[in-house]
Design a protein around this ligand. Structure first.
Ligand code: ADP
Ligand code: GLC
Length: 480
């Protein structure tokens, strides 16, 4: 087995809205290093067009049929870090301000998926494995099996589908089945893609793929329950023999406090104390916080949405601000959450800073400068931020769910073990209890704290092991 094609809608360094882009920007590199021919196909979004288009090579033009109209696809490619990236260009569909959230998302991503399937024929490249990610690509295994089964080249492809977030499902009206997706009504009638009287791209991915993975073993269990299953739990239970969890890694070259050029002072697990102090001072100066290298700095870098447990922090803001700590929040999202964090900044000058927006450079500075990282998520399929923060010696305080449970070892006061702190129930008092424990440890037991930082920084958060796991899945599917 050699040829693997990743299909996704975001990936670094081209375009990012969340952790999916981190994964698509790093797992292929690791597979490539291990000797596989990995390629990635992405929509050519506006941000990519502005920053990268001039570097791309044009491959060919072809059409796909959507709503009884032949629509033109311009296909480009670019080799980056020895991985080949294909880009599907259609300016009306993809060159818009944002990536997702448009009324015609169903049509846009139906077009993308059809264009990807036709691309294989156009360039005569047929992977042994097609690895699709999240709902925007969930119809590919379905269309491939239903519409191309007569063609041996398509029939031989094995499909892996990774769920990064079950909460986003791509559910649309059934009327798009024929005109947009070219599928017969029977896939609705037999229930394969039917959901809530309409169709679900996510469900189709789950039903039609040869193997389904999600991004942590705990989330793989959780999504089979009503609490986390987003009403797809019974479908997931039905496929449970083919479902497994593989924890994400991060790009340990890009995220490396020893070499990171975006931070003020580079450091290692040996020099972290001095390094963090300098990064902290620089960040405090930059953000207008009181300059004090001894104060405990608590960081948060996140999409501001209900998933992330920001409400727990807001509920306890008064209590947290009564502690000898400083808080720095970076993120954007729901207006109500942004408003509350803005209020917190105004009421606590010099102590709380909220940077509303997306800022790559500032995120590096926060990971490097903070002592503690807050991530009390309601659910978290894997989480990338806690992996980055451990790598930077910033102890994560997390809720025990999904990948947070699988990657953060909670502090054990009897053995001194741990790489962070955790609590179990989604309840702000429980979170506060653990936060107090962390604050106490930071100020009163510096040796214990130091040990936790070293443990966190020495933890393997690379793709090494998980990439092997994926290779095992691919090989099993092709019968090697
Ligand atoms: P999710 O994908 O659910 O948003 P993850 O923890 O998997 O959560 O990944 C989030 C990624 O996005 C991390 O790399 C994090 O550093 C980054 N990120 C989130 N919000 C911002 C922001 N406002 N500015 C810069 N980077 C951000
Ligand atoms: C999703 C999840 C996040 C995960 C990321 C990458 O955005 O919310 O937990 O880390 O995908 O797999």
């Amino acid at each position: 087995m050699e040829r693997i094609l990743f299909v996704a809608t975001e990936g670094l360094p081209f375009v990012k809205s969340g952790g999916l882009a981190d994964v698509i920007g790093s797992l292929p590199n690791e597979l490539r290093r291990k000797g596989y021919d990995v390629r990635v196909v992405l929509p050519l979004f506006k941000k990519i067009a502005i920053n990268w288009h001039y570097k791309f090579t044009f491959l060919r033009t072809y059409t796909v049929n959507i709503n009884f109209e032949e629509k033109q696809v311009n296909l480009f490619y670019y080799i980056y870090n020895d991985v080949t990236y294909y880009f599907i260009e259609h300016r009306d569909y993809f060159e818009r301000e944002g990536l997702y959230g448009y009324e015609d998302d169903g049509e846009r991503f139906a077009f993308f998926q059809k264009a990807v399937l036709e691309m294989l024929n156009q360039i005569d490249y047929f992977p042994e494995i097609m690895h699709c990610h999240d709902w925007h690509t969930g119809m590919i295994p379905c269309m491939c099996k239903e519409n191309f089964n007569h063609d041996y080249r398509y029939r031989s492809i094995k499909h892996v589908y990774t769920i990064h977030n079950l909460a986003f499902q791509g559910n649309f009206g059934r009327l798009m089945l024929g005109p947009c997706l070219g599928l017969g009504d029977y896939v609705f009638d037999n229930g394969n893609v039917r959901f809530d009287g309409g169709i679900s791209f996510m469900k189709a991915g789950i039903v039609y793929s040869d193997k389904i993975t999600t991004v942590s073993p705990t989330y793989a269990q959780e999504i089979k329950t009503t609490q986390y299953g987003e009403r797809l739990e019974s479908v997931l239970r039905f496929r449970e023999a083919d479902l497994c969890g593989v924890v994400n890694g991060i790009d340990t070259e890009m995220w490396n406090p020893k070499t990171d050029s975006l931070i003020t002072k580079n450091y290692t697990s040996r020099t972290y104390k001095k390094g963090k102090a300098e990064n902290k001072k620089a960040l405090q100066e930059k953000l207008g916080l009181e300059v004090n290298e001894d104060v405990m700095l608590i960081g948060l870098v996140s999409r501001l949405t209900w998933q992330k447990g920001i409400y727990l922090i807001i509920e306890q803001l008064f209590n947290i601000c009564n502690q000898p700590v400083q808080l720095v929040f970076l993120g954007s999202g729901e207006a109500g959450l942004e408003e509350k964090l803005r209020e917190a900044e105004v009421s606590n000058p010099g102590k709380v800073c909220f940077y509303c927006g997306y800022n790559e450079e500032l995120s590096h500075e926060i990971y490097a400068a903070s002592d503690l990282f807050l991530m009390p998520s309601l659910f978290e399929p894997c989480g990338i931020s806690q992996l980055i923060s451990m790598r930077y010696g910033t102890l994560p305080l997390v809720r025990e769910t999904g990948g947070l449970k699988d990657t953060v070892i909670p502090y054990n006061k009897f053995t001194g073990e741990g790489t962070g702190f955790s609590f179990s129930n989604y309840n702000s008092n429980d979170m506060m209890h653990v936060l107090w424990e962390a604050i106490n440890l930071y100020y009163n037991e510096p040796d214990a704290w130091k040990q936790l930082v070293k443990n966190a920084m020495n933890k393997d958060v690379s793709w090494e092991q998980s990439a092997e796991f994926y290779i095992g899945i691919y090989k099993e599917l092709v019968g090697e």
